[in-house]
Design a protein around this ligand. Structure first.
Ligand code: GCB
Length: 579
């Protein structure tokens, strides 16, 4: 039987892990699951231990630098130790973990960071899972258990994003909040800079000053301002536009924020700013006062070998493919994506529906709600300044026909609006018109798999069923609606004509039948977008409905196009020319 607490009992964090037992090399960032030949590591449930020795220069201490440790994310539950002492802990993958380590470091010497990570999902975690225990000793070994969860993608685990140590002066920029607006041809940037200081003794914040320099996208000076809060108006501003909506999509200024104190500390941060406005009413989404139609896809952070680990080459490849398709958007299904991906979206003008890790939630009690609200606040805190983020999604396919869902989603959505009043809030639904979350949302997103999960093989019913259902959603709630998932699995190279399930023909024809429905819905004036499921094939747990993973990708897992990708490319470029 696995002794889950052994590492804590034996204080493995007190010295390098290699002194407590055998260790293996592990890549960071990466999931640990698919890196080795070890099945037990691939399927491991419970604690995994990482450590690393690192040097910090003594000049950081002489220069009185503040030092911060930052992990882009670790999945799911992590406890971090520094030099044998507990430093911080974090619940939930996909969002950053930070700790001030200034006073805990040994300068000019080696330091030890240890991270214990547990990937167990339970009804109390977000996302949820269940540990299934098998107690029949004639059929299972003693203590045997398995993990199951309410979603189909592999619950990859490990340190998924880069780990950095960085320094700031003692007086430092703590946070920057940017909002933007348009005033005729002018752009308006409102900023609020908060700062902190690590100096011992009475607060010196009275002596701290802020100054701003605004640079254009070539680094040329546009204007300057003083003060930690303020508004800057730029005449004839270049706006942030989505890909294919302007000659120069993804235009960003740089707000060079400087915070300084009377002791000569100076902290500088180049904050990217895309000037754009968002609007929404009962039928329409707008950007810079122009109606939006989202042409996109659901994605995953998923790749061969590295699982959910950040991979720079893959990020560039995926954006290159999105642009090749003529897509203008994607949803970060079903969790917040790496900041490196979000940076690319800002820069390339690809709009994001920014989704929380609350996939397939059920059992809506207060404890879960409070956790869910905290996750939304963390997500807004991380991504609030990103022009690419045009909508928050509080979750995907909750079991929101449970009675408690009504108040639960009302409160989670309201808390998200409080954290950010500038963007619409949605939740991706799939249960049908009796869904209790829908009434709280600004935009209704629905996943629908006509002729795949229902009426399998009957492509001829797609148009009727899709038009009927999405018209009903609008009629019932008087809100903009869009389809956030539709699609079919296909095995690349498997051809059947007339179309047959799993063939490339079936996937392509299913899409074309959907397009006919979408065009009819668009003509009604409230249908605001379509997203294919999925951008690429992705890993799932083993199962009899998923041949080598989820095969609904229009690209293979190694990012080669199936027939479906060419069909979608033709449509998206035509749509782009149309709007
Ligand atoms: C869905 C889920 C998505 C699945 C997809 C499928 O509705 O939102 O996570 O991968 O269906 O392929 O079954």
């Amino acid at each position: 039987m696995l002794d889950a607490e052994k590492g804590f009992r034996e204080e493995w964090y007190a010295q390098p892990l290699s002194k407590s037992g055998p260790v293996i090399s592990m890549a960071v960032p990466s999931s640990y699951n698919d890196i080795t030949q070890d099945k037990d590591l691939r399927d491991h449930i419970g604690w995994a231990w990482y450590d690393r020795l690192f040097y910090v220069p003594s000049r950081w201490q002489t220069d009185k630098q503040r030092v911060v440790l930052r992990l882009g994310s670790a999945h799911y539950n992590s406890i971090i130790y520094l030099n044998g002492h507990s430093l911080t802990s974090h619940e939930g993958g996909h969002l950053p973990i930070m700790a001030d380590i200034t006073t805990k470091l040994v300068y000019g010497k080696e330091n030890l960071v240890t991270v214990a990570i547990n990937n167990t999902l339970t009804p109390e975690t977000i996302p949820q899972g269940t540990i299934v225990k098998h107690n029949d000793p004639s059929r299972y070994p003693p203590g045997y258990f398995a993990q199951s969860y309410n979603f189909d993608f592999t619950n990859y685990a490990g340190i998924h994003r880069p780990v950095y140590i960085y320094t700031t002066p003692q007086t430092f920029i703590d946070d920057i909040l940017i909002t933007t607006d348009i005033n005729g041809a002018n752009g308006v940037i409102t900023y609020n800079v908060t700062h902190g200081n690590t100096m011992i003794g009475p607060s010196r914040s009275g002596e701290v000053g802020c100054s701003m320099k605004l640079l254009d996208n070539e680094g040329d000076h546009v204007t300057s301002a003083m003060g930690c809060q303020g508004t800057i108006e730029i005449s004839n501003a270049s706006l942030w536009w989505p890909y294919l909506m302007s000659e120069n999509p993804g235009y960003m200024y740089t707000l060079l924020v400087a915070v300084s104190d009377a002791d000569g500390n100076l902290d500088l941060y180049p904050q990217k700013v895309g000037i754009r406005t968002l609007g929404w009413n009962s039928t329409t989404l707008t950007i810079n006062n122009k109606p939006l139609y989202l042409r996109g896809c659901g994605k995953h952070e998923d790749a061969d070998i590295r699982g959910k680990g950040v991979d720079y080459a893959l990020i560039v490849k995926d954006f290159s493919l999105l642009k090749w398709l003529g897509a203008n958007s994607f949803r970060t299904s079903h969790y917040p994506y790496a900041e490196e991906i979000m940076d690319m979206a800002d820069k390339e003008g690809i709009m994001i529906i920014d989704e929380s890790p609350a996939v397939g939630l059920s059992g809506f009690d207060e404890a879960l709600m409070n956790k869910h609200i905290s996750v939304m606040q963390e997500l807004v805190q991380r991504d609030k300044n990103r022009p690419s983020v045009i909508m928050w999604s509080v979750g995907n396919e909750p079991k929101s026909n449970e009675a408690a869902a009504l108040n639960y989603f009302r409160d989670v959505v309201a808390a998200t609006h409080t954290a950010d009043p500038t963007r619409p809030v949605t939740c991706v639904l799939n249960l049908g018109l009796l869904d209790l979350a829908a009434s709280s949302l600004d935009v209704i997103l629905v996943n629908r798999y006509y002729s795949w999960y229902g009426d399998t093989g009957h492509l001829e019913v797609i148009k009727m069923q899709t038009v009927t259902e999405f018209s009903e959603w609008h009629l019932l709630h008087n809100k903009p609606v869009m389809i956030s998932e539709y699609g079919a699995g296909s095995l690349p190279g498997y051809h059947m004509d007339p179309a047959w399930t799993w063939s490339e023909e079936y996937q392509a024809e299913l899409m074309i039948r959907n397009f006919e429905a979408f065009d009819e819905l668009r003509s009604k004036g409230y249908f605001v977008g379509e997203m294919i499921w999925n951008f690429a094939d992705f890993s799932t747990p083993q199962g009899h409905t998923r041949p080598g993973g989820n095969r609904k990708g229009i690209f293979t897992r190694s990012r080669q196009p199936k027939m479906a990708a060419h069909v979608l490319r033709y449509r998206y470029h035509n749509l782009a020319n149309d709007t």
